[in-house]
Design a protein. Structure first.
Length: 168
């Protein structure tokens, strides 16, 4: 039985498929905004379903029907902006100006929440401020990986150690 593509030929096809899939996943559609390294701005009168940002910040004056999430950036909701879901920031702060509304929870890891008294939050407000949380969140996995690598190196060295001749 012959296959139309050999293993060497199928690898580029698979990689091309993965690139196309990842491009579609990060596409900036009319209803959903996902950016990596480029700030997101939702203008007044504009509505999006979700806003997710990696290594950048989100500035909202319009309406987000779902969640707003920033990894390594801040979230600013101003001028009667509205979030129907949760607002979450990892490694950045959240600022809620007056007359804004967040229907869900507001959560900050490694940053601060600045909230005007006239801002409305329908859920819980949680802050784990300060750089200590970020260090813990980054350092704990690195320590685990470092320990695993040290164990592998130790086992390999032990297996490759020359055996000593027996003395009589």
């Amino acid at each position: 039985m012959t296959h139309p593509l050999s293993h060497r030929q199928s690898l580029p096809v698979f990689l091309l498929f993965c690139v196309a899939l990842s491009t579609a996943a990060f596409a900036d559609g009319a209803r959903e905004r996902t950016q990596v390294g480029s700030n997101i701005s939702v203008g007044p009168g504009e509505e999006v379903s979700e806003a997710t940002c990696f290594g950048c910040s989100i500035r909202m004056r319009g309406h987000v029907a779902g969640d707003v999430t920033a990894f390594g950036g801040s979230i600013v909701v101003e001028d009667q902006g509205q979030v129907d879901g949760d607002a979450t920031s990892f490694g950045g702060g959240i600022r809620l100006d007056k007359e804004v509304k967040v229907s869900g929870d507001v959560t900050v890891f490694g940053g601060r929440i600045r909230r005007d008294p006239a801002a409305t939050v329908g859920g819980d407000v949680t802050t784990m401020g300060g750089p200590g949380w970020i260090v813990l969140l980054v350092l704990a996995p690195l320590m685990f990986v470092g320990g695993f690598v040290a164990l592998v190196v130790w086992v390999v060295r032990r297996l490759l150690r020359p055996s000593l001749p027996a003395t009589a």
